[in-house]
Design a protein around this ligand. Sequence first.
Ligand SMILES: O=C(O)CCC(=O)C(=O)O
Ligand SMILES: [Fe+2]
Length: 205
Amino acid sequence: MDQLSIFGDTEVNKPLLPGLIDYQPGMFTKAESDDLLQKLIKETPWTQRSVMMYGKEILTPRLTAWYGDPDADYSISGMGAIPLPWTVDLLMIRQRVEAAAGISFNTVLLNYYRDGNDSVSWHDDMDNIPGRNMFVGSVSFGQVRTFDIRKKADHTVKYSIPLENGSYLLMKGDFQLNWQHRIAKSSKPMKERVNLTFRVSDKIG
Ligand SMILES: O=C(O)CCC(=O)C(=O)O
Ligand SMILES: [Fe+2]
């Protein structure tokens, strides 16, 4: 797999896949990131969702939580219609993400990867609704995990981006339409990681 992730100090804002992905390490300092990781782990009401697969109920291998504006509708994705109300920390993180992305987000999905056994398999973020989640702003705290991406039309075209503690990544353009992404399990020992994906959800009504 190609590594797209070699950054010198002068290359911090160099686009990886122009028009599709922006990546910015160090949006949060190490001190901020370490602190936010611990607070989010402790203070978030994590749940483990289940999905039906081959007629069996399978627990997703990670913990999740869903926050957002009260009128944000996410019933279609199975997250339940009412998101949790924004916290002070999440609003602060959202503000920085919005400043970098140049757009407003009304929901955020939190994923907690407890160790190397936790993962998310290949998917896009459209939930079968073309055009949904064209912009997804992703912030990572804690253990560096590898964000793999592959082209839907040709799975041999793939890249791997290590998402660093305190980093920001924006998926945009036709990324969700033409590419899938995942966080693979790891056979190497992995510490805790929390990822936040800021999204624009439809409003109820
Ligand atoms: O943990 C990550 O970096 C990605 C999470 C993700 O793809 C998702 O929540 O849809
Ligand atoms: Fe995703």
